[in-house]
Design a protein around this ligand. Structure first.
Ligand SMILES: Cc1ncc(COP(=O)(O)O)c(C=O)c1O
Length: 374
């Protein structure tokens, strides 16, 4: 349940540590900027819900023009459907009896589109949906360089033909996730070129499908580095950034955001300072995500309680409930000091927590559950 703090909020120093914080003004600024950029590009916004897994955040994204959401897990789909969200894209192959049964039930509720990339993934779902009398709107997942799920672009037309032969399936469009942009690190020109190529490749696939007689209204790209770099290719109809709502240390490293835009932090205290050059905080690996694409060897960016980065202090290691801060800047830290860490990966960090605190300045103003962790 969402809990309000007293009028004016609660001083951050009063919160138990560690705690997950979301700076509300920063989040709102991120939502405003992305909505404006996509609006100007004529591209619809379908944020990925995995970053927040929190209905309070989803409602703000809808208020900022989101047409619906992208999900990775059944828990995310269920939460949004229960909340009345009418347009949900489950961008993960629904494979295995439990996921097939879940998909049929969720499809029967209406407004759900699934992602498929093979007859092997699609056939059990198609059979179960036909038996239940339920249609399966789907997007064909296409690999534009990540080499995760998704058909190679030149396999899209034959795969769509094979899927069209299955019952219940209704092709709605094509989807790609340009997660491979992160491999370009701070090479902004390389990242932008890869984003541009991914978009153009997906549009070409959509055109080939149309030429082969398939309806393909939806052309869906999705990543925060993509949405904050090169212009969208002509013909892209929607974008699915997720991390943009909070940003994180990885996105700062990639040049998608500045540290001042990072809305998610972990509040922690120095609990021990026995050895020169090292202090111990009460946020360890169960409070953070070590998933690092741009901040190799560290668990996040160490900031003071006001959110300003601390010079000469690095988060170089963690046990479950202990974090190791090292470097010359630790000489200025004392037991009891309050710090904030910008995590490497916002989405992975979210999954560690059952609740977040919205903050404004140095006050916690509201506590919200993170309802869809699993
Ligand atoms: C299918 C899909 N779409 C969109 C996104 C959002 O990308 P980002 O986290 O870069 O915002 C992801 C992220 O993993 C994804 O897997």
């Amino acid at each position: 349940m969402t809990a309000a703090f007293p009028p004016g909020g609660t001083d951050l120093a009063e919160l138990p540590t560690p705690a997950l914080l979301v700076d509300r003004p920063r989040m709102e600024a991120n939502l405003t900027a992305m909505a404006a950029a996509l609006d100007a590009a004529g591209v619809a916004l379908r944020p990925h819900f995995k970053t927040s897994k929190c209905l309070a955040v989803a409602r703000r994204q809808l208020a900022h023009g989101a047409i619906g959401f992208t999900c990775a897990t059944p828990a995310e789909v269920t939460l949004l459907q229960d909340a009345g969200v009418a347009d949900v894209l489950w961008a993960h192959q629904p494979v295995g009896p439990a996921k097939v049964a879940f998909a049929v039930g969720a499809l029967a509720r209406g407004g759900l589109t699934v992602a498929l990339d093979s007859v092997e993934a699609a056939a059990p779902l198609a059979r179960a949906a036909e038996a239940a009398g339920v249609a399966v709107p789907f997007v064909l997942e296409v690999d534009t360089g990540l080499h995760r799920a998704g058909v190679d672009p030149d396999r899209a037309v034959p795969t769509a033909a094979a899927l069209a032969a299955l019952p219940a399936l209704e092709l709605r469009g094509v989807l790609t996730h340009e997660g491979h942009l992160a491999a370009h690190g701070p090479d902004r020109a390389g990242l932008e070129a890869a984003g541009d190529l991914a978009g153009r490749t997906l549009v070409q696939v959509a055109e080939a499908l149309r030429a082969a007689g398939h309806a393909c209204p939806l052309v869906s790209v999705g990543s925060t580095p993509g949405a904050t770099s090169a212009p969208f290719a002509a013909g892209v109809t929607e974008a699915r950034p997720g991390t943009y709502v909070y940003f994180d240390a990885n996105q700062v490293g990639l040049g998608s955001a500045r540290i001042e835009q990072c809305a998610q932090t972990v509040l922690t205290r120095v609990v021990s300072a026995q050895r020169p050059g090292t202090v111990i905080v009460d946020a360890g690996i169960k409070a953070m995500s070590s998933d690092s694409i741009a901040t190799a060897g560290t668990l996040g960016i160490v900031c003071d309680a006001a959110g300003g980065p601390l010079d000469g202090v690095e988060f170089t290691g963690g046990n479950e409930e202990h974090g190791y801060l090292t470097g010359p800047g630790t000489s200025g830290l004392r037991v009891g000091d309050l710090l904030r860490i910008v995590p490497n990966h916002a989405c992975g960090t979210t999954n560690m927590w059952s609740a977040l605190h919205f903050v404004a300045g140095d006050r916690a103003v509201e506590r919200s559950p993170i309802e869809a962790r699993h």
